[in-house]
Design a protein. Structure first.
Length: 151
């Protein structure tokens, strides 16, 4: 039986869409780009609840957050950043990190909108550019490339 961590890694293509691998966390681009640059930050060991995180893991999360927010601001010039730790389906500590935009962004030949602005982020998004729930992999590859160029 697969662990919650394995399922999360598979669902969000954590290894394929990896931006940076830390000691305790990974930062990857979300396969379904609800907004431009939407990411997943995931703990690397099985941790079902936030209360189970260790102090050293939390200390590193501050570094991950600084790297992610600085890099995405430089890459896409977002206005706000939402860190969502929902864990309703995936019983593993992780964050959906959603850059927020008040106006359309043009990137990779796509007009990106933030349908929830200025309220809650819409994780399902309106920017699904393929036949699956995920954004077209070619577009995601361009997002990854742009982010890594500014890391």
């Amino acid at each position: 039986m697969e662990s919650a961590l394995d399922i999360l890694y598979k669902t969000y293509k954590v290894k394929e869409y990896l931006i940076k691998d830390y000691r305790y966390w990974t930062w990857s681009i979300r396969p379904a780009q609800c907004t431009l640059g939407a990411s997943i930050v995931c703990m690397k060991r099985p941790v079902p609840t936030f209360a189970d995180a260790l102090p050293e893991e939390m200390a590193e999360l501050a570094i991950v957050g600084k790297d992610l927010e600085t890099t995405l601001r430089k890459t896409f010039v977002y206005e706000k950043m939402n860190w969502l730790a929902l864990m309703m389906v995936d019983q593993q500590v992780h964050f959906h990190v959603v850059p927020r935009y008040s106006a359309k962004k043009e990137f990779a030949g796509v007009s990106w909108e933030d349908p929830g602005w200025p309220k809650l982020a819409v994780l399902a998004g309106q920017n699904k550019l393929g036949d699956s729930p995920d954004t077209n992999p070619d577009i995601v590859a361009k997002v990854i490339s742009a982010v890594k160029a500014n890391l």
